[in-house]
Every structure is written in C-alpha cells, then in structure tokens.
Design a protein around this ligand. Structure first.
Ligand SMILES: Nc1ncnc2c1ncn2[C@@H]1O[C@H](COP(=O)(O)OP(=O)(O)O)[C@@H](O)[C@H]1O
Ligand SMILES: [Mg+2]
Length: 264
C-alpha cells in the first residue's frame, strides 16, 4: 500500500521515467540499463562526452529507436513501442520532429503551419500556404500570437524566419512545438550553432516557459557547464551509463563526471 502510494506520486511528479533501458549496436552497448526520471515542469539537463549515449537515449524516448530491454513511461503510460507521432499527440515532442522553419514564411505563418499537422512537410503546400491563409481559424491565430509572446517573438511576427538569429530560430522551434500541443520538449544540443552571447537569450526564455507555463524541458548538451546555471536537475552519462544525477552543481563537479571528460 505504502509502495503503491509512492509509485503514484512518482508518476505525478515525473512526466518521463525510463526503466532499465538497454540499447545495443552490434557489440556496442549504447544504453546500459539507463534509469532516468524527468520532473514535471522543470528543466532537466543531460550531459556526457561524445559517444556516451545521449542521442541514443533521446531516440529511444522519442520513439525513433526501440530498446532491446526496459521501458519508457510517459505520464504514467508505457510508450516504449509507440511510434514517434503518437508520442507527439500525447504532448511529447522532440523539436526536430517539427519540420524545420520555412525561411521564406513569416514567424507567425511558421507557427500556424505547425498546428496544421503536416502541410509543412510538403514544399508545395508551403508554397500555397499564403493562399490558404484565410482558413486558419481566428482562435488558432490568437493562440499563435500568445505563444509568440511567451517565447519573446511577438514583435517579429511579420518578419520572415530567415531574418531570425540562431537563438531566435530555436525559440521559433519551441513555439511551433507548443502550438502542436507539446507540454514536454526534448532538445538535443540546442546551443549548438547559437552565438554564445545569445545562448542566454534562449535559455532565459526556456526558464520562463517552465516557470510560468509549466513546460517540461529535457535538454541534451555535451559541453560541460555551458547551460548548467539555467537547469533544475542534471544527469551525466558515460559509456552508456548514468554516472551521476542531482542538482547541476553537484553533477558538474562530480569526480566521475570530470574524469569522463578527461578520458574523452
Ligand atoms: N545507428 C548507430 N549504429 C551504430 N552505432 C551507433 C549508432 N548510433 C549510435 N551509435 C554508437 O552508440 C554510442 C552512443 O552514441 P550516441 O548516443 O550518439 O552518443 P552521444 O549523443 O552521447 O554523442 C557511440 O559509441 C556511437 O558510436
Ligand atoms: Mg549526440
């Protein structure tokens, strides 16, 4: 009885739970019994040197790879074998699942296209989007403007996406994920290709989205320390295993974590 209550509480507080995930590529054990728990409405960081298994873990959580062993639980439901788009419908979105922003469309149009399912995957549909402008429901347009204000792109709604900085493009990706119904967003190395001075702008918004809108973030980054100050909780992996977890300061200063980077 006590155990059951604890289990229920764990499911409420953690949107994603992995249980003993194992993934092998030939002789390589990319995931070696990985157990992680992603707290709801918080920002969780996963660090680890190149080749430690971070992207493989993200692929298993988002449904692009099937594990040989273990389970992925999302909002209390076993999703281990659910295809990626079914996970999206449940609110679990990895930003690259949303087609890349159309650079010739405006910021607002890009958000609206994301809501429409997949017209954006087809360049032809994208080209005729402007003529389809009217059918977008007023409600969708209103929601798109709301989301743009949350991510700090409201003033830029009319600007073509090609005018955005690298950091703003990441914010547009987040806006599109939320428009699609995401409440849990996974980003694999979002700071890559973003001017270091703009990393702050990006993460400042990510922090506000979690604090003010309850969005859960799972952020992967291999550079140690780069975004640690913005996150609530951290995991470190090396050679397919979780080697440390806890508050970011603890994890980043953990001797095994420091050593794993020296070894890499
Ligand atoms: N599709 C694949 N086929 C074979 N080996 C892979 C594949 N994907 C990843 N690996 C191997 O699994 C290990 C973990 O890789 P990865 O998850 O990409 O690490 P990270 O994202 O931390 O850099 C590495 O040894 C990598 O070479
Ligand atoms: Mg990777």
């Amino acid at each position: 009885m006590g155990l059951q209550v604890a289990r229920e509480e764990e499911l409420q507080e953690h949107v994603i739970i992995t249980e003993n995930l194992v993934k092998r590529f030939g002789g390589i054990v990319a995931l070696d019994r990985v157990n992680i728990r992603i707290p709801k409405g918080k920002i969780t960081l996963l660090i680890g040197p190149n080749g430690s298994g971070k992207t493989t873990l993200v692929n298993v959580i988002s449904g692009f790879l099937l594990p040989e062993e273990g389970r992925v639980i999302f909002k209390g439901k076993d999703i281990t074998r659910l295809p990626p788009h079914e996970r999206v419908k449940l609110g679990l979105v990895r930003t690259f699942q949303i087609p890349k922003p159309f650079l010739n469309l405006t910021v607002l149009e890009n958000v609206l296209v994301a809501a429409e399912g997949h017209p954006g995957e087809n360049p032809y549909t994208a080209a005729v989007l402007r003529s389809k402008w009217i059918p977008f429901e007023e409600e969708a347009v209103e929601r798109a403007f709301d989301i743009l204000s949350w991510v700090g792109l409201y003033q830029k709604w009319e600007v073509p996406a090609s005018d955005l900085s690298g950091g703003q493009l990441k914010l547009l990706e987040i806006a599109r994920a939320i428009m699609k119904g995401a409440d849990t967003i996974i980003m694999d190395e979002p700071a890559a290709g973003v001017n270091p001075t703009l990393v702050h702008e990006l993460f400042d918004r990510i922090v506000r989205l979690s604090r003010e809108r309850g969005v859960t973030f799972f952020i992967i980054e291999h550079r140690i320390g780069l975004v640690a100050k913005y996150v609530d909780y951290a995991y470190a992996m090396n050679m397919g295993r979780v080697i440390a977890e806890g508050p970011p300061d603890y994890v980043l200063n953990h001797p095994d974590v420091l050593e794993s980077y020296l070894g890499g």
